[in-house]
Design a protein around this ligand. Sequence first.
Ligand code: FES
Length: 216
Amino acid sequence: MSANKKAADTRRVAVDSSISDDGIDPKRRRLLVGGMATTAGLGAGALGVSMLASMSPSARAKAAGAPVEADISKLAPGQLLTVEWRGKPVWIVRRTEQALGSLSSVASQLADPDSIEEQQPEYAQNESRAIKDEYLVVIGICTHLGCSPTYRPDIAASDLGSDWEGGFFCPCHGSKFDYAGRVYSGVPAPTNLEVPPYMYLDDNRIIIGEDDGVAA
Ligand code: FES
């Protein structure tokens, strides 16, 4: 993990612990998975070490953040699959033609449509922010204060506006993201959702946390 990333995760832990009394309806706040994950990673104290030592080798590898494999063979168009990597939810969305078409039509409403900010590996710095356009792979944690956004494929949803073309909505403070996890302008979240390192093992299997044979 880079120093910047660790610093960001550390900030998230700090932020998570500070938002318990901020007035957010607890039923709407989903998250805090990022904080939980990084707490495990950062808290390498005696308790954490002894817990790891008592785990099986595979459980130990998973807890330490080993890459995880996802089977996408049964993912239908429009469906979202969640897998856990380093304690964080990683979403895999099989985008429909409509979803892919929306990527260009909403671009003028986005804060960083070209993904200039380093929120993705180089191979995902494109319009669909993906290796294969059809499948989005993104960490499901809001870049504002770490809530978990909801998947909102419902076009023109009454609470999101008649021009809503689908994507993700964070109910904590109203941030909106398009079908590539790109953040809309004028919302609290400062950056696009993060794309983790990943690669295809074959057409039906994705490995998250590793690319070109190198674990992140
Ligand atoms: S955590 Fe504030 S908008 Fe998502």
